[in-house]
Design a protein around this ligand. Sequence first.
Ligand code: ZN
Length: 290
Amino acid sequence: MTKQNTFDLPLHTHWSYDATTPPEHYFAQAEKSGITHIAITDHHTNDGIQETLEAAAKHPTVNFFSAAELTVHCELGTFDMVCLGLPITPTPELEKVYEAYHTWQRGFGDHLCKNFTEAGYPFPMEDRIRIVKQFRPEKTLKVQGITHVQYHLLLKYLLEEKKYFPDRDSLNKVWGSFPAYDYPEADFVLPAVRKAGGIIFIAHPHPYFYRDDLKRMDALRERLGFDGIECAHTDVPEELTPFYRDYCKKYNLLSSAGSDAHKPTTPMATHIAERCYLEEILERVSCVKL
Ligand SMILES: [Zn+2]
């Protein structure tokens, strides 16, 4: 069993379209288990910042990075980028980025409803609203509107409730025929993060890196210009962590680690990273001062 670590840098609260944890839970849990540093990395947004600040104020032993996980598209693919050290109040450029993601999330939901319906599998807006309301607090919908649906609930709806498809393969065949609905472009998002003082990590990189393909790693490093790699993560095979860490050392990159928890029952900070990952990050960006 992996032992509990002392920092956890990607965490999702209910301000992420697919997560259900209130910020308070992570701070309380961290305080209880001796976790000193966390990052709240909601998908595509800093909408939860006020609630996070309130939770942080109650748990002063826990330091937190203001952060977001921004998914970007470029000609090499689509990548989740964990951005740490973002300002509490967004810069004008970041404001535009967050707004683009708000629009993207509603638009992607619309795109799926429309395309399934046109393909003969009706997916009306009222069903999407019902599913989203099952797990998203009203306050988040007030700010973000009706986002797309958590992946596993979407599968449940299409496969079990509606019985449109006998299995995932037949669903994927139809889904795969839809026109692309790309995430915001890396060249629009990442410069705004850098300009705002944030540092950028490529998240859970094993699929992006084809595990350990150095050519691919070099190509993505050059194209995306990330500052670091999430070397240890719940889904990253443990044998790859030292390999990624060595790569970071070779190219003077930072290393990050965390649980990527989305719900309160997920154990925090169960990764195998060393404390020096965090110390190196702290030389570049600071936690929020309350
Ligand atoms: Zn997620």
